[in-house]
Write a protein that binds this ligand. Structure first.
Ligand SMILES: *Cc1c(COP(=O)(O)O)cnc(C)c1O
Length: 354
């Protein structure tokens, strides 16, 4: 059997998603999902017919929402498919290289591994900002640069001037991909306005996080028409199931967008509440500033805290194995009672009164 499998597939470690890790509990703060159930419904009409390649109504709605023209949008099965299709479209296996900046979202490395693409890895600096000097030094023949902004799992945004400077110094043969999965939590940091200015800019978006539709699997690639048309050659013939586009269209109606915006404000308030309470705990070494719906916390001894949380039914995400993140855990911001529950558990851990 071993000879059946190519060496690079044999050597793969699959992405350790929250679902694959499979920890069970009462409160799930491990996948940066929205804690609120979405009430949008689907009609299940016309399932006998193949869907449109790119459902027009959804393109129209996302264009209106994002301010990006329809012809500059590709609808994908989640931002994850956006990450993958860029590699498949622009990188020749065993030849081309991608660059990314860990600790960051693991799927850039996982896709490079799957398609046998070389990886140039430039860790972010100790202040979690981009290492421009080393990026510039190694830019050479890089095909794709993945920047996660705001970054997962650190939660911060990169300096706008740093990203702009990369856009300015990269050659025309390099694409800069900005993964904006969490951008709704800090919209001023979006780069959609730069799309018309820089032809080698690509932006990834999703309905999985702030829109609360992680199980829908719907995302978007935003770029110039030339790039979008290349991706359209590679994308599967009927990628977006009709129930998916029906629900996505509903979620982008004005009243639902308003509901999403209210939920974003609630998350930001809950985050402030949580950070304020966490400040008084002596098991915590550092709480990193966050532009997202999660916070990264450095503890003194994260393993025992993680186990303690699990034993109390609270599931969070261990990040302590990642470069530069010793003793760090990532906690998604939930509903206010979930935040209170989390605080109560930590105060109990310390034998402290609330
Ligand atoms: C969650 C996440 C994704 C995946 O989004 P989907 O649309 O659910 O595939 C992509 N990038 C980052 C940084 C994420 O955190």
């Amino acid at each position: 059997m071993k000879r059946l499998i190519p060496q690079h597939i044999c050597a793969l470690t699959p992405y350790q998603s929250a679902r694959r890790i499979g920890l069970k509990g009462r409160i799930y703060l491990n996948a940066n999902e929205s804690p609120w159930i979405n009430t949008v419904k689907c009609k299940h009409s016309n399932l006998n017919r193949y869907p449109d390649f790119q459902p027009y109504e959804l393109l129209k709605k996302y264009s209106k929402y994002s301010g990006v023209a329809k012809e500059n949008i590709l609808i994908t099965r989640g931002a994850d498919e956006g990450i993958e299709i860029l590699v498949r479209s622009f990188c020749a296996p065993n030849h081309d290289k991608i660059m990314f900046f860990p600790p960051t979202y693991d799927m850039y490395a996982v896709n490079a591994d799957i398609f046998n693409i070389k990886q140039v890895v430039i860790p972010i600096l100790s202040d979690f900002q981009l290492d421009l000097i080393n990026i510039k030094k190694n830019i050479g023949d890089i095909k794709l640069i993945y920047i996660c902004n705001p970054n997962n799992p650190t939660g911060n945004c990169f300096l706008r001037k740093d990203i702009i400077s990369i856009l300015k110094f990269i050659p025309q043969t390099t694409l800069l991909v900005i993964d904006e999965a969490y951008i709704e939590y800090s919209l001023v940091n979006s780069f959609t306005h730069e799309l018309t200015k820089y032809t080698n800019l690509v932006i990834l978006r999703t309905l999985s996080k702030a829109f609360g539709l992680a199980s829908l699997r719907c995302g978007f690639v935003l770029s110039n028409t030339y790039i979008i048309n290349v991706l359209k050659k590679v994308l599967a013939p009927y990628p977006i199931a009709t129930p998916v586009s029906d629900i996505a269209v509903q979620s982008l109606k004005l009243d639902n967008i308003k509901r999403v915006q209210k939920n974003i404000l609630k998350i930001l308030n809950n985050k402030e509440f949580l950070v304020e309470k966490l400040k008084h705990l002596s098991c915590i070494k550092n709480i990193f500033p966050s532009n997202t719906n999660f916070i990264l916390i450095q503890f003194f001894r994260s393993k025992s805290i993680f186990r303690y949380f699990v034993s109390h039914g609270i599931v969070i995400r261990d990040q302590s194995h990642k470069i530069g993140l010793k003793n760090c855990l990532r906690i998604s911001i939930g509903k206010i009672d979930e935040c209170q529950d989390l605080i109560a558990a930590l105060y109990m851990f310390e034998g402290k009164k609330l």
